[in-house]
Unconditional design. Structure first.
Length: 239
């Protein structure tokens, strides 16, 4: 039972991101470097939030405190990598195999966002997957039998969220659209905080609003990247 669960949850969480990486990033060395750099910056945000949690002893028992500041640090480091990428565009132009990565600034946002998302998903799910490699159980420590698939589905949502958020976030700073900046931070806070309901096994209350907001965020990212209804219909017809 453990192997089917292990591979099933792994493919749910990382199947789509792996396909995105394979088809859009793997063939370009500059994109791979940007993705790894973005993952490193996410790790730095995790380190910063962990240091804050460790330093403020009275708040250690409040999960919402750690989640809130983790989100804020992630957005700060998303802004830092945005500034770095914008300042190094000329250098990237000189070494890029495909100049389109610089001409289309949304590609930089997409790649860095996917880097943020993949490392975030890995940290969220790696302990669950590790437990799945042991003796087979329907739930961990006598918990709900849908905990595992819920965790994998939530990890997938967060990976896609980070990808879409970066596209919206980068474009918002490019055009000084502060509403979109607030939208990214607010939705990130909301979908992160409602995961605390999983401790009470309220999985539907977590996943339903998460995926509703994910669809809305995907539509907004598509729009700010230059997409339109006509371009979407042409793409569907070509498939």
């Amino acid at each position: 039972m453990t192997l089917p669960e292990f591979f099933g949850c792994t493919f749910i969480a990382f199947g789509t991101p792996f396909a995105m990486f394979f088809f859009t990033i793997a063939n370009d060395s500059v994109r791979i470097i940007i993705l790894i750099a973005a993952a490193f910056f996410w790790l730095l945000s995790l380190l910063a939030s962990a240091l804050l949690w460790f330093a403020i002893v009275p708040m250690r028992d409040y999960l919402w405190f750690g989640v809130t500041f983790s989100v804020l640090f992630q957005e700060v480091f998303r802004y830092i990598i945005y500034r770095i990428l914008r300042r190094t565009e000329q250098g990237l132009q000189a070494v890029a195999e495909n100049p389109r990565i610089i001409e289309n600034k949304h590609i930089l946002a997409y790649v860095s966002g996917l880097g943020f998302g993949i490392i975030s998903g890995m940290f969220a799910l790696v302990n669950v997957l590790a437990d799945l490699s042991g003796p087979g159980t329907m739930g961990l420590k006598g918990g709900s039998e849908i905990f595992l698939i819920t965790s994998a589905t939530q990890a997938l949502a967060m990976i896609l969220f980070h990808t879409f958020w970066s596209v919206i976030f980068f474009n918002a700073f490019d055009i000084n659209n502060y509403f979109h900046i607030v939208y990214v931070v607010a939705t990130h806070l909301f979908v992160s905080l409602i995961t605390l309901l999983n401790a009470k096994e309220m999985y539907l209350a977590t996943l339903l609003p998460t995926y509703i907001i994910l669809i809305a965020t995907a539509a907004l990212a598509f729009k700010v990247a230059g997409g339109s209804k006509n371009s979407l219909m042409r793409f569907i017809k070509c498939q």
